[in-house]
Write a protein that binds this ligand. Structure first.
Ligand code: C5P
Length: 244
């Protein structure tokens, strides 16, 4: 299975073989739609279908979609058209209790010859294809992880309950998006049973900090369109991005 972002015109992939895992097994509790977030429709299409279409547009030909356990039929129906239209083969696997477990399930479903793995949130369904390609291309040399990121626009405060105790210097902060991309061996080494974090970069950071791994984590410019659909108001913004 070739998952590469491009080929040489006769079907041979240019660059490394890339495996894409789209984690879509979240409950979507904060969205309050009464069904898994990835199945919520925006402009007549589910979020997972938008995500698959974006990956297709970026040139990826096969993705593993990690779905909410017990919802395989609904996910299959949701991605069927999107996959065919975008020329993307979709492999469905059930997710786990938390994000890290879902990532492990997706990783286990990738073919053994994958050299680079991208983990993408279904909730970031409108990430521009150029960002998808740029972050994959950033994993080269001694880079052990890469992700898109955007500057922090708000002033950030440290708080203790409702009391404000200080200001965080935002000039040294960025907000990280997905896909987060790794050499496959690196992600397999850090995403082990019991390793849990809100993103996969954090797992790599831990391994770099205690000397279990060497290399650099880098970020590439992300996009406001790569925002994560989380709360009901986000659906209004998603509608705008989906119809452009
Ligand atoms: O909950 P949150 O929006 O932070 O989740 C980020 C991504 O991780 C979403 O695309 C969600 O579907 C996925 N996820 C998952 N399995 C879980 C929890 C979250 O695939 N158990």
């Amino acid at each position: 299975m070739t998952l590469g972002p491009a080929d040489d015109g006769v079907g041979r992939p240019l660059g490394p073989v890339v495996g894409i895992v789209v984690v879509a097994a979240g409950s979507g509790e904060r969205l309050g739609a009464g069904r898994p977030k990835a199945l919520v429709e925006v402009a007549g299409r589910s979020l997972i279908a938008h995500a698959v279409a974006g990956l297709g547009e970026a040139g990826f030909t096969s993705v593993v979609v990690v779905h909410t356990p017990g919802e395989e039929a609904a996910f299959r129906a949701a991605v069927a058209g999107a996959g065919t239209d975008a020329g993307v083969e979709v492999v469905l696997v059930p997710g786990g209790a938390d994000r890290s477990a879902s990532v492990r399930a997706g990783l286990a479903a990738l073919p053994g010859d994958v050299e680079v793995v991208a983990v993408h949130d279904a909730a970031r369904a409108f990430t521009p294809p150029a960002v998808l390609r740029a972050v994959v291309a950033a994993v080269t040399g001694d880079v052990v992880a890469a992700a898109p990121a955007v500057p922090v626009a708000d002033t950030l405060k440290r708080v203790d309950g409702h009391r404000v105790t200080g200001t965080v210097d935002r000039s040294e902060l960025v907000a990280v998006q997905t896909p987060q991309v790794f050499p496959a061996a690196v992600l397999r080494a850090v995403a082990t049973e019991g390793a849990s974090a809100t993103d996969e970069l954090a797992l790599v950071e831990q391994h770099l900090a205690d000397g279990r791994l060497e290399g650099r984590i880098v970020w590439v410019p992300g996009s406001a369109r790569g925002f994560k659909v989380t709360v009901p108001e986000d659906l209004e913004l998603a509608e705008v991005f989906a119809t452009r």
